[in-house]
Design a protein around this ligand. Sequence first.
Ligand SMILES: [Cu+2]
Length: 486
Amino acid sequence: MSVRHYVLLATDGFINLPVSKTICPAQETKQQIYAFGFVGGLFKVDEKIVNPILDWTNRKNWGKLLELKGTGTIPSPLIVGEVEDRIYITLINLGMKERPDLIDDHTIHMHGAHVPSQLDGFPETSFGVPVWTDLTATPPAMTYFFLAENPGTLMYHCHVEASEHIQMGMYGALIIYPSKKSLSLAGIRQSVNKEWFYNGKPQAHIPKTATNKNFAYNDIQTYFDKEYVMLLSDIDSVWHESVHKGSFFNAANFKPDFWLINGRAFPDTLLPHPLSNTNIEFDSNLTRINYESYVHIKTGQQFLLRMINMGYQVVPWHIHGWHFTIIGKDSHIDPFIHLATLLQLDDSSHHALKNKGFTVSIGSGETYDLLLTSNDKRIEYLKYMILGQDGFPSFCSQLKKLNTIDANSIFNIPTEPVKCGSPELINYLKICQQSLTDINDQFFPQFFPMHNHDDYKITNKGIYPGGQLTYIQTDTPDYYVDEKFD
Ligand SMILES: [Cu+2]
């Protein structure tokens, strides 16, 4: 159990959204969108100070805190904890740099947290935090508290004039992990030499390096190797412009023209996230989770997608490559997953009991935890790809032929991490020719898209491709399949 103290400061700022399909476009070709957001982040874990600047009670920090005015972005900082943690969020209202006349209060609503109404952040039934105007005095600050009862994927947002403040970007992800203790109560334990056991049985697929933060819920089936937050939202640039200018906008005329994943639209969703590596690496108590949206895994790995919809439209989220299992919704484990665990079903009888799919409709305010195993496709497909079968020439020889007719028809794909300036590009022709001695190398990496299946929402101001689209890069696994085919 830890006491985790976050300090968030409400202010405004700008985000830059792509309007061309070029990866890494010049900044001036982007559209600047006026936004609101929370800045700051983790201040303290127990007695250990993570970011001393966030001590708002120390007059010496006030200058630094005021410098944060106008630096708001989308999304707001990640808030993370584990079961039984006591999480405190102190809110300070810096006011708006672009609109100093806007003196709205702000709040923190921990969406999905079981808090008493006083701490719920709905201003009409509690309170709002006013702007810090007297700069000679300690800023007005209120501290929200919640006890992390259940693991899961939640969110937080401002609830003052929610129609506008949410649209303007005042939201972030809130993630609760199981604790070692809560896992142990579910029969999941790590031995002194770091091996994992479930009800006394060794779990060879879970590496020694795994921690309680490699489980989504208190259930052995919710183990994952990697995890990603996919915080979905939508932007009506006309509304944002109205707020910037101070003119009236009728919320009923909402008509988005940008659709975002973690505050960015494709192709920016493939780039390293600007919010990564801030306040994250200081302390082993902190999680590795971040807002990266280019999923990068090895074949065979299990990965978790924490889907959060903060937008105003339903998102039919579709994943190419494999079918996902819904292991949780709104911070509760999927009952089928848990039932199969309780019944100790084997894999084959268990399959029919899994809540699986390839598209899930995520309404506003909903979260889904999707678990995927990047199953190896070589057993069924490697022979056709490299050698050909059933009288058909191999995929690679067909592609080679296509290249002689129209080389531009073979797409160059940026590999992760994408370095702007010198992105490494690969295409399937190159992959086919990677190594003539080992056919396994002629199959990987693979790239699977995942996207909003309202496909007009994978555009930026009408330009395709854009919007809520990103990739999954899947690398060669650590093992090889037998190259000998009959
Ligand atoms: Cu607000």
